[in-house]
Design a protein around this ligand. Structure first.
Ligand code: NAD
Length: 360
């Protein structure tokens, strides 16, 4: 089947670009694919239309693309409620459908097929298409750099003739992809780093990065959870809260990354914990979109509580748009390649399919 891939321009708040000229060229050179991109498609990264046409894409209007492409790619929502599309058009993007199921309704109404790449299984084969790993790694790294902007002391120990400045004490909550990258970045900057996760296996990874792992007995893990965390029992949550509050007394910076797929993020830092943090402390909450790990977090806002600053932002990779676009474009290329080579009924492709013909 010959594919016609449509690249839809992202909304104005989006800094990243889903598909770069490099991947357009690779796809056109290797497969029987035609590609149309919406005019000014790469403008947020300063990529001119000519860079896309030079590698074989054509530039077109959004309505033209929606009517003629059978495969449509965008990071965010590609269509508005009132836009009509031919049935069975396939959409590829990142929709977080477990937490925002309502986002899919308009696609269902139009009998579209939707593939959300954040639903790919965390397997070796899927790794090259795994947008979550790409974006979380960048967000974890950027979270620490962001913290340096708001923290008015230093990360490493600095000795001068007059005084020695103490190193920052960092606590990373959740040691998955984002958390491990945050730990590595904070360690490189010379901070003292502690980390906590409910998955015991995370302990080894934390220690291998030179950080201290906070272990709390009695955690619940499920082998069929795909490597993800599960909701914990109430008595465990109580012990977890007490231990974290004790740690917060001597913590200057908290990087929150703990999530449970499809659920509200676990609250790990409560108001009492924040109240007792050293003055000038900073909390960067990457779980903000799913409610946050800190009870005071407000999504996409900065909250000042006493002298503590709490930043809620789940899309910090948007502040590294060039790097994020490179990774995303590679992930999307690998997904489309897999789809073309193995067919749409391949296991990995169907695992990411969040609307199919049966549930439209
Ligand atoms: P995630 O974003 O869903 O959650 C981030 C971290 O928060 C996880 O480590 C989770 O255990 C932790 N967490 C959840 N509830 C918590 C709580 N109450 N307290 C403390 N921590 C809590 O997860 P993720 O970063 O996407 O990673 C999930 C798993 O997938 C990990 O095991 C990771 O190693 C694995 N993974 C595998 C691959 C692959 O093999 N291709 C790729 C990426 C990730």
């Amino acid at each position: 089947m010959k594919h016609h891939l449509g690249l839809i321009k992202e909304p104005s708040y989006e800094t990243r670009v889903a598909f770069l000229p490099e991947e357009v060229k690779k796809l056109i050179d290797k497969y029987e694919v035609t590609i149309s991109a919406e005019k000014e498609y790469g403008i947020q990264l300063g990529i001119p239309d000519a860079d896309y046409t030079a590698v074989g894409a054509s530039m077109s209007s959004k309505s033209d693309i929606l009517q003629n492409a059978n495969l449509i790619l965008s990071i965010n929502d590609a269509i508005e409620e009132q836009e009509s599309i031919p049935p069975e058009t396939s959409f590829i993007g990142i929709y977080n459908p477990l937490f925002f199921p309502e986002r899919l309704q308009k696609y269902k109404n139009q009998h579209a097929l939707v593939y959300s790449l954040d639903r790919l299984p965390r397997t070796t084969l899927a790794q090259a298409m795994d947008v979550r790993s790409s974006l979380d790694a960048l967000s974890g790294y950027k979270a620490v750099l962001k913290a340096t902007d708001y923290y008015s002391k230093v990360f490493p120990m600095i000795t001068t003739a007059t005084k020695t400045l103490k190193p920052a004490r960092v606590l990373v909550l959740g040691a998955g992809v984002a958390g491990l990258q945050a730990i590595a970045t904070a360690k490189r900057l010379g901070a003292i780093v502690h980390a906590f996760d409910v998955r015991k296996a995370a302990g080894e990874e934390v220690r291998s990065l030179g950080a201290k792992f906070i272990e709390i007995e009695g955690n619940k893990e499920e082998t069929n959870a795909g490597g993800y965390a599960v909701e914990q029992a109430d008595d465990y949550k109580k012990r977890q809260q007490d231990r974290i509050n004790e740690q917060l007394l001597a913590t200057d910076l908290v990087i929150c990354t703990a999530n449970i797929p499809g659920k509200k993020a676990p609250i790990l830092v409560d108001e009492d914990g924040v109240k007792n943090m050293p003055s000038g402390a900073v909390i960067i909450d990457l779980a903000a979109e799913q409610g946050g790990n800190c009870s005071l977090t407000k999504n996409n806002e900065i909250v000042n509580y006493n002298s503590v600053k709490i930043l809620g932002d789940s899309h910090l990779s948007r502040e590294l748009p060039d790097a994020a676009s490179q990774l995303l474009s590679g992930n999307f290329f690998n997904f489309i390649k897999h789809m073309i080579e193995k067919g749409a009924d391949n296991d990995l492709i169907t695992a990411s399919q969040v609307i199919n013909q049966e549930n439209t």
